[in-house]
Design a protein around this ligand. Structure first.
Ligand SMILES: [Zn+2]
Length: 214
């Protein structure tokens, strides 16, 4: 099976078409850095890259092209950049025992795609950064419109209200890092953290591969 996949989707850099994984080091240097933003309810939200150029291309390929192993490669790059750009924050997360939680997809969408890219990112990051990882703490309870198809900011918020619910009867992680592939308005992350905080979570960070900057 992996031979067929390799033949259908040869592992070439999405930027230049040459070898060295899905994103070669030269193309990586051309990607603009993400940012650390403060948002209501969050201690901070870090996006590693700006949602632009090659990185936009990669995220779209992962989402709609079923290239799940590109997520693993991106998680490695995220971890490396976190250690370089935010060493104190990584140390703080480790010391305070923060737990990485992926933003869940709606079940139907996950079945169709076969994987949740945020889950792959979070799981891989937890291994590299030695942080706790849990999935299935929250689920999406309603089938909502794809956020990417909604342009209006207010509509996005409406679409997100009450979309998450707690899926566990076990202990809630007190300190969480919500992981997603891309942050646009922040509505998804905010809704997820709100749900968690209503059930016992105290502190929350956001962490994404890429972020849309205003
Ligand atoms: Zn390249």
């Amino acid at each position: 099976m992996s031979l067929i996949i390799d033949w259908l989707f040869p592992r070439k850099c999405f930027g230049c078409g040459q070898g060295e994984g899905y994103l070669c080091s030269l193309c990586e240097t051309k990607i603009k850095n993400g940012e650390l933003i403060k948002k209501n309810g969050f201690e901070g939200i870090i996006s590693i890259y700006k949602y632009d150029g090659v990185i936009k291309n990669i995220i779209e390929k992962i989402k709609y092209g079923f290239v799940s192993d590109a997520s693993e490669e991106m998680a490695q790059k995220m971890a490396r950049k976190l250690k370089i750009d935010y060493p104190n924050i990584v140390e703080y997360w480790q010391k305070e025992k923060y737990c990485l939680l992926p933003i869940p997809l709606h079940q139907q969408r996950q079945r169709w795609r076969g994987f949740n890219q945020s889950e792959i990112l979070a799981e891989k990051l937890s291994k590299i950064l030695k942080l706790k990882y849990k999935n299935n703490i929250i689920i999406r309870k309603l089938k909502i419109k794809n956020q990417a198809q909604i342009k209006n900011r207010e509509e996005k918020w409406k679409n997100m209200i009450n979309v998450f619910e707690i899926a566990t009867k076990g202990n809630m992680p007190k300190k969480v890092i919500l992981v997603d592939d891309v942050i646009t308005s922040g509505a998804t992350m905010t809704a997820a953290l709100k749900t968690l905080k209503n059930s016992g979570t105290n502190l929350g960070w956001g962490l994404t591969l890429a972020g849309v900057q205003k």
